[in-house]
Design a protein around this ligand. Structure first.
Ligand code: GLN
Length: 447
């Protein structure tokens, strides 16, 4: 009821939730209370969560922030969401997000932009902007998002909450709307590392419906102790002195390195040799995958169908043209272009090769270092509508988050103070694949 009253008060202006399941959540809460009374409560009993509008949730609407899924209801529940329900999490609502998780400001939603509670007229980041704001403004305790190239970490940084992206394959993607399948990760937004660890423990692990989900044993993440050993971290000079970095972000990061060094740990300073290739590689590969994934939305199988069609061909075309927003159309066109005959090798194949080089370079780094620390974003939250006419400026916002995504490695954004206007700053830590336990321990030390 507390969360519901926060939602009632704040959601009309923040627009973080597109649907609230008030009655259902209260009924669920009653059931959970019964179970608690009988000593049969699940591991998430009492945890009130919201889920990004990209997860299937049986008999509930799913629109992925798009008009094209208008009227669509899920026939099953996504594996990670199902696992949370089985442990007595209470789902209180569905989060607004950028259409098909494409965006860095949550301004690409069919349901309108989400507002950042920390600053009037500031974006919350994206694409899981609704999830970040729901946690920030106490509309829930934890929110489930998705992170393809930063969509959990970047809004977490902008809103002053924790955003955790696990290794690719740690959490099943069954029931998660596909954007770029070789990048997509389910991610967690929370206020404490402990909550993120517990949820990760519940939702991770093999799934017969997703064979890219790892079979490896799920460690007891919730028991990960605070890091106490000496460690070696990488600091990238060309990232910390990047021309796009706001000086306040730089000084927040410098302070973290100063603390780490003063406590007797090793900071290895170097350049990240592939920095200038990360965004082009990410945007070539993700648009290619998106153009294939989104071909299923044809006006026939799901949601919206144009009423203006004359024949089958124009029904497909008009349904897609009317149903998808501008950014999604742009990416489908870009992806179709880089996959087209004659350009495929020059763009798609080349980008795949660069992706491998980036991953190898990162693996190499972790042979001799424990963590990489760097800013989550070049700037604090920017003004609404400020990047409207400049897609490249918008894509530049992802420059520090796509690196871990290209490498499939786990990464977390942790709140690290505020700028002079009180807007949150986030610091990012990356570690080697499937070392989430280590990353969570270290996050407790840094938090
Ligand atoms: N902002 C990035 C993009 O638009 C990341 C999105 C995401 O992680 N889903 O692709």
């Amino acid at each position: 009821q507390g969360y519901l009253s926060n939602i009632e008060q704040k959601n009309p202006s923040l627009n973080a939730l597109t649907e609230v399941y008030a009655e259902e959540a209260l009924a669920q809460a009653k059931e959970v209370q019964e179970k608690i009374n009988q000593g049969k409560a699940g591991r998430l009993a009492g945890m009130v969560v919201t889920i990004k509008d990209v997860f299937c949730h049986k008999d509930h609407s799913l629109q992925s922030g798009s008009k094209i899924l208008e009227g669509f209801k899920s026939q099953f529940t996504a594996t990670p969401i199902q696992r949370m329900l089985e442990e007595d999490a209470i789902i209180i609502g569905r989060n607004n997000c950028d259409e098909f998780a494409m965006g860095s400001s949550n301004e690409n939603s069919y349901f309108g932009p989400v507002k950042n509670e920390a600053g009037e007229n500031k974006v919350p980041g994206g694409s899981s902007g609704g999830s970040a704001v729901a946690v920030q403004s106490d509309m829930c305790l934890v929110s489930m998002g998705s992170d393809t190239g930063g969509s959990v970490r970047q809004p977490a940084a902008f809103c002053g909450v924790i955003g955790f992206k696990p290794s690719y394959g740690r959490i099943s993607r069954h029931g998660l709307t596909a954007y770029a399948s070789s990048f997509d990760c389910v991610g967690i937004l929370s206020k404490s590392v402990d909550d993120a660890a517990l949820v990760l423990e519940v939702v991770s692990g093999a799934d017969e419906y997703d064979h890219t989900a790892s079979q490896s044993k799920v460690p007891a993440f919730s028991k990960a102790p605070e890091w106490s050993e000496k460690f070696k971290v990488v600091s990238f000079d060309n990232i910390n002195s990047h021309e796009a970095i706001d000086p306040q972000i730089k000084s927040a990061v410098d302070q973290v390195f100063a603390k780490v060094e003063s406590e007797g740990n090793t900071v290895n300073r170097m350049d990240f040799n592939f920095l200038k290739y990360v965004l082009p590689t990410y945007y070539i590969l993700t648009t290619a995958e998106a153009s294939a994934n989104l071909s299923r939305f044809d006006g026939v199988k799901y949601g919206y169908r144009s009423q203006n069609a004359r024949d089958l061909e124009s029904m497909y075309k008009k349904s897609r043209s009317e149903g998808f927003g501008e950014e999604v159309i742009k990416r489908i066109l870009l992806g179709t272009y880089v996959l087209s005959e004659g350009f495929y090798d020059a763009y798609y194949t080349k980008a795949q090769k660069v992706r491998r080089l980036i991953r190898d370079e990162m693996k190499q780094l972790f042979a001799d270092n424990d963590f990489i620390i760097m800013p989550t974003t070049p700037t604090p939250a920017f003004d609404l509508n400020s990047h409207d006419r400049d897609p490249l400026q918008m894509y530049l916002e992802d420059i520090f988050t796509v690196q871990a995504s290209l490498a499939g490695m786990p990464a977390i954004s942790i709140p690290c103070g505020t700028d002079k206007d009180g807007m949150p700053i986030g610091i990012q830590v990356i570690c080697n694949s499937f070392e989430e336990e280590k990353l969570l321990s270290f996050s407790k030390y840094l938090q």
